[in-house]
Design a protein around this ligand. Structure first.
Ligand code: NDP
Length: 328
């Protein structure tokens, strides 16, 4: 028997989450069983711990879109007991039981060997949020972004994606402007390497102007909605925006003028279905380009029991940085 956070559906259609004892035979069929050491809390986890946001199909459900741990059993030749592994994406924790559990069973195809330079705790401090931040930076650089091109804007900066993006960009020599709605996180963002702080209200109202003055060479946008529409009007000629998230809304009301008159590029970023080779590249780059002392500044420690509250907090935009869940 082992512990897991189980979400169950009530008769009235609502859900509730509690830590329960599970046995191995209840885990889904798959190739590799992992003794989970750490997991984390992403925005999507908030949805899946709560009412599901349409992501969870079947109940009872074990959420947790990320985990890192040690293989205990494997029928796939790529993994043997004792291997350290990390998992993000592939709809684990949504369509498949996830990492809020002392044991998880998943397809070998979904796993990545834990980079040697990282502990399972550091890997989960990074998690899907940090993985996605690195992916977005890779994509922007493939579009030609270099520090000489100008300031890079990061929206939702005190959140998970934003914190990791801010600190990696700063350590790579970029001039970073961090957008936040929480004045109490300004010092934190400066410590992570942000040179400029942009108050959220400056970008939260719609504008009728199709173009504003040129400010940003690139943007990593975790917020979407009106903020993304505003940012598009402020991009420098030839700049790119990596659309990562929707913390402020999914709808996008804009004009094509920034694309036509300034050659702006809007890049879609998806971490869930990334092919294996690119996952390896992203993890390798995280291990080398993310300053571990700055990662430590982002971490809040938690246990399985803390998850119902943390899930609700992240949906309200109240988590700063990254939560690391010690499932044991
Ligand atoms: P967090 O909650 O940690 O961060 C989101 C941040 O956005 C908040 O901390 C807050 O930052 C800001 N924010 C929250 N609500 C609003 C609002 N109404 N208007 C403006 N800003 C707001 O979440 P994550 O970093 O884990 O994820 C961020 C987004 O990225 C989510 O939408 C998530 O679903 C998405 N995502 C997408 C992935 C992909 O593969 N495309 C992978 C990972 C995440 P502050 O207080 O500093 O303003």
């Amino acid at each position: 028997m082992f512990n897991a956070l189980v979400v169950e559906k009530n008769d009235d259609g609502t859900t509730h989450a509690s830590v329960q004892q599970i046995n191995l035979s209840q885990l889904p069929d798959a190739d590799v069983t992992v003794d989970v050491e750490h997991s984390t809390v992403n925005y999507k986890d908030g949805l899946c711990i709560g009412p599901g946001g349409g992501l969870v199909r079947n109940y009872p459900h074990i959420p947790g879109i990320d985990f890192a741990g040690t293989v205990s059993d494997s029928s796939d030749a790529r993994y043997v007991p004792g291997d350290k592994v990390v998992l993000t994406g592939w709809r684990v924790g949504e369509a498949h039981w996830g990492g809020y559990s002392q044991k998880a069973r998943v397809k070998a195809d979904w796993l990545v060997p834990l980079p040697e330079a990282l502990t399972t705790r550091q890997a989960m401090a990074i998690g899907t949020a940090g993985f996605t931040a690195m992916l977005a930076i890779n994509e922007l650089e493939q579009q030609g972004l270099t520090p000489e091109k100008g300031t890079v804007l990061v929206t939702g900066a005190s959140g998970g994606v934003g914190s990791v993006a801010t600190t990696i960009l700063a350590s790579l020599g970029y001039d970073v402007a961090a957008v936040t709605g929480r004045p109490e996180t300004i010092q934190y963002l400066k410590n992570l390497g942000a040179n400029h702080i942009v108050p959220r209200e400056e970008l939260s109202e719609p504008t009728k102007k199709p173009l504003d003055s040129e400010k940003w060479a690139a943007c990593i946008d975790a917020v979407g909605g009106t903020m993304l529409a505003r940012v598009l009007t402020q991009m420098k000629y030839g700049g790119s925006v990596a659309a990562v998230g929707l913390a402020g809304g999914a709808a996008l009301s804009t004009t094509v003028i920034p694309f036509l008159l300034r050659g702006v590029t809007l890049l879609g970023i998806d971490s869930v279905m990334q092919p294996y080779e690119n996952r390896l590249n992203v993890w390798k780059r995280l291990a080398s380009d993310l300053p571990m002392e700055n990662l430590e500044m982002m971490i809040e420690a938690a246990t399985l029991q803390d998850l119902p509250k943390l899930g609700a907090d992240i949906l309200k935009g109240q988590i700063k940085g990254r939560v690391v869940v010690d499932v044991n």
